[in-house]
Design a protein around this ligand. Structure first.
Ligand code: F0G
Length: 471
């Protein structure tokens, strides 16, 4: 293996993940599914020709070159592990400057020994969520093929990220599809502020996802949802940064919320590739956590026992499950609006990731998610509800004994605390009507860790007394 890597893009290609098909396509083609069999596509590399670095420590040389945008970016400093585009085409806005923190308060809540729980704060990205890791990659690919418009369906974070890359780079127009009443104001405000053409359809995320695929096809608009294989290449780097922060040691567990299942799919690919390349000697276990109100993966994995099965998962079983959802007119419903998704587009890839990483799947109720979120907030930085599913899920797995107290566990906090202030304020409020309006209808009955505002008259003595009483 080489110690310095020079890359040309003919060393990357797209490949159908179905083993019975396995068709390959040039990276210059714009595809969101295999044209032959309809399966998802991977970006694959001819590693023998690329000659990847011989150790992950090789990447440390880039730290001294942080004045160069591609070394500063937490995605592109790992360029040699996702070399699908020429460096001069890369669009970066400084994504991926995200910290990994030992957080003992949350660790105690989960039931882990001191020093064993780490939170990866992807909310610190430019648009406030992990999506920027993938967007810089998809956007770069869009630029290489000369796209002028890019579209996505979104529960809010993908759209905020796309809108930001479009307006910051001025290279493309953003067209975003959202479900009506299904997006938090924090996220909607970003898309509107960044000038995205915003199409609000009467329906939910699953409806919007179906429509954006049709419209993109019809109008030739570049689609950046996570069916886009290039996006997931960017999201692999979240795991590279986790390893980097741990001195290249592999943790025991990665715990991540599951919505459209792009992240979990990307993480599995990241570890599988590193292992195949001999850059790590073991892979961590992966836990994917659904919200109980949007629990397709949990149902299929734990109840129907559907598995990757060497690339031949039981597609009839999956179809049966979706038919049941349709006949019951069942819609996803959770306070964790970012993962309010019933038809995860990356299901098959996620099954593969679970196979590669000896994975488990759990569901967390809105009550568990909000209590976990309050614990994250108390420990600093904070997160939006969907992100806290990772912490709630880790706690469940610890209680079951699947995670041991001595295991080193990394929970991914996918989005910033300010993305969805409505849920946070409702949890902490003293106003029972407000609590019921936002949370009660979702089965949340108590706010065990509420930090309630103290109401006082506009009177100096009263205010002083209130502070003395409460501090
Ligand atoms: N956490 C947050 C904050 C998200 O915004 C999302 C997905 C997820 C977790 C789930 O990640 O899809 O990779 O399993 N949000 C998408 C969006 C769907 O449109 O912003 P996943």
């Amino acid at each position: 293996m080489a110690t310095s890597v020079s890359v040309t893009t003919d060393q990357a290609y797209q490949q159908c993940l179905a083993p019975d098909c396995g068709a390959t396509f040039d990276v210059g083609e714009v595809l969101t599914a295999c044209p032959r069999c309809g399966s998802l596509l991977d970006v694959a590399y001819d590693w023998d020709r690329i000659g990847p670095p011989e150790s992950l420590r090789w990447f440390e040389q880039k730290w001294a070159r942080r004045n160069e945008p591609l070394c500063r970016s937490g995605v592109w400093r790992f360029y040699e592990l996702l070399p699908f585009a020429p460096p001069e085409k890369i669009v970066t806005i400084g994504e991926g400057q995200t910290p990994l923190h030992v957080t003992d308060g949350v660790g105690r809540y989960i039931g882990l020994h001191a020093g064993k729980l780490l939170l990866q704060y992807e909310g610190m990205n430019p648009s406030g969520s992990f999506k920027d890791n993938g967007m810089t990659a998809a956007f770069t690919h869009a630029r290489t093929i000369g796209a002028r418009r890019a579209a996505c369906a979104s529960t809010g974070n993908t759209s905020a990220s796309l809108a930001l890359y479009c307006c910051a780079s001025r290279l493309m127009q953003a067209v975003i599809f959202i479900g009506s009443g299904k997006i938090s104001y924090g996220k909607l405000s970003q898309a509107l502020d960044y000038g995205a053409l915003t199409i609000q359809i009467a329906g939910d995320f699953d409806d919007a996802m179906q429509r954006v695929r049709e419209v993109s096809e019809q109008l030739g608009i570049y689609l950046v949802n996570s069916v886009n294989p290039f996006r997931l290449e960017g999201q692999k780097t979240i795991m590279y940064r986790v390893l980097e922060s741990l001195g290249w040691d592999v943790p025991d567990w990665i715990v991540v919320p599951g919505g459209n299942l792009g992240n979990s799919s990307a993480f599995g690919k990241a570890f599988h590739e590193l292992h195949e390349l001999g850059l790590i000697d073991r892979v961590p276990r992966l836990a994917v956590i659904n919200a109980a109100g949007a629990n397709t993966l949990h149902q299929l994995y734990n109840k129907e026992q559907i598995r990757w099965n060497d690339g031949r998962p039981d597609s009839a079983g999956v179809a049966r499950y979706y038919a049941q959802l349709d006949s019951a007119a069942s819609k996803a419903d959770t306070i964790a609006s970012a993962i309010e998704i019933n038809r995860p587009v990356n299901l098959t890839k996620c099954l593969r990731a679970l196979h590669w990483c000896d994975g488990v799947v759990r569901e967390a109720t809105d009550q568990q998610i909000l209590d976990a979120k309050a614990q994250v907030g108390l420990s600093g930085f904070g997160c939006e509800p969907a992100s806290a599913a990772s912490v709630a899920g880790a706690k469940l797995l610890r209680e079951e004994g699947v995670i041991a107290p001595s295991d080193r566990v990394v929970c991914i906090l996918t989005g910033h605390q300010l993305k969805d202030p409505t849920a946070t304020v409702a949890y902490h409020t003293t106003d029972q009507d407000e609590f019921n309006r936002v949370l009660g209808k979702r089965g949340v009955s108590r706010a065990a860790f509420a930090n309630r505002a103290v109401k006082v008259d506009n009177d100096l003595d009263e205010i002083v007394r209130a502070i003395q009483l409460n501090s």
